[in-house]
Design a protein around this ligand. Structure first.
Ligand SMILES: [Zn+2]
Length: 301
């Protein structure tokens, strides 16, 4: 995949400073401090806890920073994701205008490491990338890409010493993951996520899961539309890229993700559909480039 030299989005938040990993322990510390204050100093525990919480939120905001001295690889990872996000912005701005006669509102993308606080709660890297509708942000853990390359064997026959480089094999599969998450943002903008949520509230678990699968496949189809238009605009695809994405779609389908699951809440992993379904819908979007052709709710999947 060709990506260097294009615009880099300003909507990327770098929170790879990593200290977010402490967030989980802080509230417990707060409770301990409150208990000690109450036990030994006679301070109202609730007041004491509130006080520690204030300190906590201050130190948390300080933790949402980027890397002080990123290595060339870390900087490149940032540039890569920023370029892909800019590609989605340019594509969807144009497609929204041409096909929907409306304005595209771009999401923010948070790069994090370890643990992150999102508008949808605390998330860990084990959960994989996700989109949070509440704050309209895409969350990408940097180690996920590394894991993805290794676990998917995406490196193929590549020389292993070249693996750390972002522009080696696997880059299009990573871009596809970003485009899929942006697809969920589109669903939020278009009111589809809301409709699905309402319908799910009134349906059985099985029906609800079916709706989620359809929603996931639509995000894949949207990723395909992005690839179609971005290719016309930038000729970014190289030989083997589509196969790479297909392989990624297959390997990060439900069948794969469920094996990988750590048993925690996995908001964007369980209900993607099979690898074959994901490939089919990515291809549909890729071939047509039309939003209307991504109606996964009204067609056989
Ligand atoms: Zn998804």
């Amino acid at each position: 995949m060709r990506w260097k030299g294009r615009r880099v989005s300003t909507n990327v938040e770098d929170r790879r400073g990593g200290a977010g990993a402490k967030a989980g322990g802080i509230s417990i510390l707060g409770l301990v401090v409150a208990f000690v204050a109450w036990k030994f100093f006679g301070v109202d525990p609730q007041q004491a806890y509130q006080a520690t919480k204030q300190v906590t939120s201050q130190s948390q905001s300080a933790e949402t920073k980027g890397l002080d001295n990123p290595t060339p690889e870390q900087q490149e990872a940032m540039d890569f994701v920023g370029t892909v996000l800019a590609d989605t912005e340019d594509t969807w701005t144009q497609v929204f205008q041409q096909q929907l006669n409306s304005k595209y509102i771009a999401p923010k993308l948070v790069m994090f490491s370890g643990v992150v606080n999102s508008g949808c709660g605390t998330a860990e890297s084990a959960m994989g990338p996700f989109y949070c509708p509440a704050d309209q942000k895409v969350y990408i853990d940097t180690t996920f890409f590394k894991d993805m390359r290794q676990q998917m064997g995406i490196s193929g026959e590549q020389n292993s010493t070249e693996l750390s480089r972002q522009d080696q094999a696997g880059d299009f599969a990573q871009a596809y993951v970003v485009a899929h998450e942006v697809g969920h943002h589109l669903q939020t903008l278009l009111g589809i996520s809301d409709q699905v949520q309402k319908a799910r509230a009134q349906s059985s678990t099985v029906q609800g899961n079916q709706l989620s699968v359809r929603q996931e496949l639509q995000a894949d189809c949207f990723a395909g539309i992005w690839a179609n238009h971005n290719q016309q605009r930038t000729q970014f695809l190289e030989q083997g890229d589509i196969e790479e994405a297909m392989d990624a779609a297959h390997k990060i389908g439900d069948d794969y993700l469920q094996k990988r699951s750590t048993g925690q809440v996995v908001p964007d992993s369980f209900t993607h559909g099979s690898g074959e379904q994901r490939m089919k819908w990515f291809q549909t979007g890729l071939k047509s480039g039309q939003i209307n052709d991504c109606d996964t709710f009204d067609q056989a999947i």
